[in-house]
Design a protein around this ligand. Sequence first.
Ligand code: UDP
Ligand code: MG
Length: 306
Amino acid sequence: MLSIIIPAYNEEEVLEEFYRRISDSLINIDLPYELIFVNDGSRDRTLSLLTNLTQQDERVVVIDLSRNFGKEIAVSAGIDFARGEAVVIIDADLQDPPEVIPELIEQWRNGYDNVYARRSSRDGESIIKKITSYLFYRVIGGMTHIDIPADTGDFRLLSRRAVDALKQLPERNRFMKGLYSWIGFPSIAVNYRRDPRYAGTTKWNYWKLWNFALEGITSFTEVPLKLASYVGGLIAFAAFCYGMYIIVNTLYFGNDVPGYPSLIVTILFLGGIQLIFIGILGEYLGRAFAEVKQRPLYFINKVIKK
Ligand code: UDP
Ligand code: MG
């Protein structure tokens, strides 16, 4: 069986069209399937539309979370629930075309565990978003050993053993793109064109994206923590050289001007550096705190199916 996980948060405008397109795309796969919609605390008609779908089609299951937990957790809830031999994760807004799913299945039948869809174009996205996302992959790629493929999102197919591996990763801060790569297993890309959203609006803004990038970096590398020692070392070395210069200079030429400017510059510079690294410590500490609390990832309000 194939399980398809669809996180949905305030998607009333797209759900019916999504259901139509995904059902059409799955007609010709000779596999039974289940459509697992995870209602992530929507505040519009999403839940009632989904409930109607469960009445029409017994392959539809709705997991109604107790509140909005964010997409990453909604996907995790779907993964915990999925029973299929293969699991597909797809957005509800039709940016991930369901017509690609048969290709994903084909690669899975060829023996790949992690078949990820890679967007070959990013229509409807601003140039700033393209640049920042490019930079993000470069930065994180430079700092970790795991390969996080650029231009891929959650849209992918995972085999049963990949899903079981994912379920063993207990972290609360779930940077899914990284986790998919971290588990390893044979992986392959399938290219597709990413369409603009069918309707509704994105739940992302730049502040959220920035936090998402921080999440990725802090979940997958300790490089920023280690930076402190290197930067500190460099500055100490520079300070030592400067000190020697001042001593020699004073011995030969005397000291007629008290060193206010150099003093204030040093103090401000070091103060800034220290604050930056305290901030970095805070990022990691905050995440460690979230893990230590050992809270469950999500709560389910109810599961609806026919
Ligand atoms: N989503 C969710 N919970 C959230 C935000 C988003 O389940 O808190 C779902 C949303 O319904 C959609 C998918 O995650 O199916 C992707 O969301 P969106 O289109 O806003 O992200 P983008 O495509 O802009 O990255
Ligand atoms: Mg979208």
